[in-house]
Design a protein around this ligand. Sequence first.
Ligand code: GDP
Ligand code: IMO
Ligand code: MG
Length: 427
Amino acid sequence: MPCSSVVGLQWGDEAKGKIVDILTEEHDFVVRYNGGANAGHTVVRDGKTFKLSLLPTGVISPHITSVIGNGVVVYPPRFTEEVSGLTKAGLAVGDNLLVSNHAHVIFPYHMEEEKLIEGAATTQAIGTTKRGIGPCYQDKLGRLNGVRVEELLHPDHLRNRLRAIVTHKNRVLAALGGPSFQPFDADLLADEYVAHGDRLRPHVRDTTPLLLAAVREGKRILFEAAQGSLLDVDHGTYPYVTSSNSSVAGIWSGSGVPTRHLTRVLGVIKAYSTRVGGGPFPTELLDDTGEAIRRVGREYGTVTGRPRRCGWFDAVAVRHSAAFNGVDELCLMLLDVLAQFDSLKVCVAYELDGKRIETFPGDAFLLAQCEPIYETLPGWGKDITAARNLADLPAAARRYIDRLGEIVGLPIAIVSVGPDRAQTIRA
Ligand code: GDP
Ligand code: IMO
Ligand code: MG
């Protein structure tokens, strides 16, 4: 089983970090291929919590080589901060952490641009994490102003590039920001990023040939998605998405490893739904039930601390994302959070323009008009956090698991009943 993928099937925060951590036991490499420090992946082992944004979850497992692939956008101060956090926690970070020389670099002007655009009165805000992700990917695709990690290692070249780029950025940002905008100084920025380059240097490699060699040698690679597939720029609820392919679609372009090598795609789902930021969310609960899910599930953003929007499980949305990811098996997470309810709802179809539909509209403005059609299932009303086998679960909890698998049309391989690694049931 050489290459596996862990992908979120909702709007992010499905507890991918926990699943990646569990699967590190069976792998040699963990590769991040999309996004950047907009992600927030949590791992709890023996009561000890680790939170990772930019670094692959593999960094807390010493036998793993962790790779930040070419498709990731890297904010160097965040890289340094996370590495020193790990060092303080007693975890050695050396050449077990590699960064692609072709990954793009986030600069402070990206964050400034995002702040000004998201804050503009004329814009319908996406509700981004404000980590500079969108503007950095825009520069990558626009080509003229994108800077790759390799360029940080060549001081004179970087200085020349930044002089040209910063002149352009200052003009654009002054127009957006008005008189209060403080222009960036290209030479100061170059000094700062040359120093970042020196810190990154020991980790920088051309990671694509390295990963392809690993595949040839039969090494086992685990691809760790950031965000959820419904935030995928092509397949998600556009325009309320992130700026990368957060589904399996991003693996090939974001790591250089052809997806033909994938032998197992694990789709991670919460037992309910959450979303952070703007965009349509048919099963959202703006009432006490939504509030109760948020409180018990501790549904506050790992990165921004924003309260997550909460709602019932949406099987229409998950069927859609499971299909375009080619998911083999599901991991059902946070089931314990639902113990508080007497009955549970699952969205099995939508009503759009007076008609029942079972397919997911790909356009946000159409999805916003969809009303959920629910099936009601009995709750189990008791704590399940100590369950370690399916047989330990109340019959109603087993029925909920079976029914979700049935409606989505996929087997459920793992059920999670608490944040700790140990609170896991192999189904
Ligand atoms: P990710 O971005 O997909 O890795 O998910 P996050 O880490 O942002 O959010 C998932 C949150 O749920 C984290 O705080 C986890 O520690 C926590 N968590 C994971 N699995 C479970 C579970 O089964 N039950 C509960 N109650 N919490 C869980
Ligand atoms: P993990 O990996 C949940 C959301 C933001 C916003 C939209 C675009 O922890 O699951 P961006 O900053 O990426 O341009 O914001 O995407 N978003 C996430 N939501 N989990 C994430 O990552 C997210 N990363 C981005 O809230 O709605
Ligand atoms: Mg998260």
